[in-house]
Ligand binder design. Structure first.
Ligand code: ADP
Ligand code: MG
Length: 255
């Protein structure tokens, strides 16, 4: 893998992370361009979520370099500082305020998590109202603005949480298995949503569902045993013998 020309938004170089002797991340090197939508796939336990933990400061690497944009060393910063730089992460399970309405959820996020109590007694300014409406339109929840978040379907909760991240206008968005537990139709909508964000934000999407990966049709990085096994177009990785072996557990017969 050749180092790309700057400007890249994210760089990991020779990163390692052991958990009690288990090598979860092993010599991981990864570069991503600004504005890129990158898909990461890999079998369970490949280290995909750990990679996001390392980027967001939830876990610290044993060694290696992790840099954001031009010269920002993420290994020296804590989770909160990294988030403040404009790196937003969506975990696999949605975490929304179920007793608040959809628009209140976006509003709370817009204000920043530290201001929750003050925010609930404040007024929504016209500027904030516009911003909330923009975000709800982007994630397809305008008609549900006054619903309690708890009344949304699983898929809608996932979109609301993506909306809550967007309210903070992140430079880099990290999305871990957004389509897990979604219907086919919800999965497809999620794909369209992520594609609509391309260029405005740099996005890393972790996903298992190959139909979804094909829909995104962007550069794919295959992770296996904590390191990059293969990188390239969907066709390239799907036809790579090592990838086929990892996913199917056998060598492809050569004709
Ligand atoms: P993926 O997201 O690709 O399924 P993970 O990154 O969750 O894989 O996990 C990779 C490996 O690292 C797994 O074997 C997992 O059990 C281990 N692991 C991840 N986080 C921790 C942790 N905090 N403590 C111990 N082991 C961990
Ligand atoms: Mg995971």
């Amino acid at each position: 893998m050749n180092k790309p020309h700057a400007p890249f938004i994210l760089m990991l170089e020779e990163v390692n992370k052991n958990f009690e002797g288990y090598k979860a991340i092993s010599n991981l090197t990864f570069y991503m361009d600004e504005g890129e939508l990158r898909v990461i796939i890999g079998p369970n336990g490949a280290g995909k979520s750990t990679m996001l933990d390392l980027i967001t400061g939830r876990t610290k690497p044993d060694n290696g370099r992790i840099e954001f944009g031009k010269d920002t060393d993420l290994t020296r910063l804590n989770e909160y500082q990294i988030n403040r730089l404009g790196i937003g992460r969506k975990f696999q399970t949605p975490s929304v305020y179920i007793d608040h309405t959809v628009s209140e959820n976006i509003w709370l996020s817009l204000k920043g998590t530290r201001a929750v109590w003050r925010t609930l007694f404040a007024r929504v300014s016209p500027g904030e109202r516009d911003r909330i409406q923009d975000v709800l339109k982007t994630v397809g929840l305008s008609k549900k603005a006054e619903w309690k978040a708890g009344a949304l379907s699983h898929g809608q909760k996932q979109w609301l949480e993506i909306g809550m991240l967007l309210a903070q206008d992140p430079k880099l968005l990290l999305v871990d298995e957004p389509a897990a537990g979604m219907t086919d139709e919800e999965t497809h909508k999620t794909g369209d949503l992520l594609l609509s964000l391309e260029g405005k934000h740099s996005i890393v999407v972790i996903e298992h569902d190959m139909t979804f990966v094909r829909q995104l049709a962007r550069k794919v990085t295959v992770l296996h045993q904590g390191t990059v096994l293969c990188e390239g177009s969907v066709d390239k990785v799907q036809n790579d013998d090592r990838v086929i072996e990892v996913y199917l557990g056998k060598k492809r017969k050569r004709k």
